[in-house]
Design a protein around this ligand. Structure first.
Ligand SMILES: Cc1cc2nc3c(=O)[nH]c(=O)nc-3n(C[C@H](O)[C@H](O)[C@H](O)COP(=O)(O)OP(=O)(O)OC[C@H]3O[C@@H](n4cnc5c(N)ncnc54)[C@H](O)[C@@H]3O)c2cc1C
Length: 317
């Protein structure tokens, strides 16, 4: 298996569980990829909140739950249902499963090429600090996220720009701890005009925006998408305090740490397979993380002042 993101992990666990001797090759330092960022996991439930996946995904969630790091299946009352877990616990859950099914790992190892014979992959060339190596297997699975193995074995693809003019913006997730999540859901209920709500009819189910916001509040978890068209974000973007973005997506990662994951940063026109372009984007993305965090903190200070004006007790440190 080339690539230790979510797909490589699932493929490796499924192969090993079926009795195949399995090697998972990963350029990075750890297996899990985006599963470890705190991003909520889409696609495990349908729009009605019914589970539609089992297998490896459920095993992983169960392991997170045993370790106390399962937040739950939540609805954003905008578009979908998803599964929220503590990414720090997920790191361990991933390793427990890899070791349970005896998957061999080769981390810090970059695939540089492949040999193909009669249209089939015959070997994979990798490089790590020990030097170059050639790996041979009965079956190769490309989980590189970029189709690297297929391309190295001679497959052709259209340039990214031709396939997707404008390219999807690149972004990075970040997490904030010590968030007063009760105050956040209170704010959502009082100011639904700031939130992206009911974009899917299946989710909305005839509810008004206010009723969707009430559902978020009832759900009791900081699971909300602030939209750029709402007064809070629109004003910040117009004043130049915030980079142009469509949404700030907030999802819970740990109830104990009162921690949330934020997905909002974005830079357009970057080809994710081009190292120069990606390297240049990183500094700008980190600036955006800082700006977004400042806006989130400013929002909570505004609420604190308004509570003080109304003579309510301070609930913020
Ligand atoms: C901005 C954004 C937001 C998203 N939001 C969500 C969300 O909210 N919820 C959700 O469920 N999904 C979301 N997704 C989608 C989700 O992140 C991806 O579908 C998923 O991570 C893809 O997993 P993967 O294993 O196929 O690829 P990747 O996660 O890209 O994993 C590929 C792995 O292969 C390794 N690799 C690559 N090339 C080589 C090589 N040559 N040699 C060795 N190793 C290599 C990489 O280091 C990496 O670990 C989002 C994606 C983006 C970009």
């Amino acid at each position: 298996m080339l690539g230790g993101g979510a797909s490589g992990l699932a493929a490796a666990l499924a192969a090993a569980r079926s009795g195949a001797r399995t090697l998972l090759v990963e350029a990075g330092t750890i297996i899990g990829g985006e599963l470890l960022t705190g991003m909520a996991i889409d696609g495990a439930l349908n729009g009605r909140g019914q589970w539609v996946v089992g297998g490896v995904a459920r095993e992983l969630f169960d392991e997170c739950e045993r370790l106390g790091g399962y937040v739950g299946a939540l609805c954003d009352w905008r578009l979908i249902w998803y599964v929220c877990v503590d990414p720090e616990v997920m790191k361990l859950a991933v390793y427990r499963l890899l070791s349970r099914y005896k998957v061999d790992l080769l981390l810090h190892t970059f695939a540089t090429g492949a040999t193909a014979r009669n249209g089939q992959v015959a070997s994979l060339h990798v490089l790590n600090k020990r030097g170059p190596m050639e790996l041979k297997a009965k079956v190769y699975i490309d989980c590189s996220g970029d189709g690297d193995l297929a391309m190295m074995a001679g497959a052709t693809a259209l340039p990214a720009e031709a396939r997707h003019p404008g390219l999807q913006p690149v972004s990075i997730m970040f997490r904030m701890a010590g968030v007063d999540t009760q105050a956040l859901t209170d704010f959502v209920r009082r100011h639904p005009e700031n939130c992206a709500l009911g974009e899917s009819d299946a989710i909305r189910g005839g509810r008004t925006d206010q009723e969707c916001a009430d559902e978020i509040h009832r759900q009791g978890q900081p699971s909300v998408f602030f939209k750029s068209g709402g007064p809070l974000l629109k004003g910040a973007i117009e004043r130049g305090e915030m980079y142009p973005t469509a949404l700030i997506m907030i999802q819970p990662t740990s109830t104990k740490r009162r921690e949330v994951c934020l997905n909002s940063t974005r830079i357009g026109g970057v080809d994710g397979t081009d190292a120069d372009s990606l390297s240049a984007a990183m500094g700008q993305l980190l600036d955006q993380v800082w700006q977004c965090a400042e806006i989130a903190k400013a929002g909570s200070r505004l609420r604190r002042r308004s509570l003080q004006r109304r003579g309510k007790p301070r609930r913020y440190p």
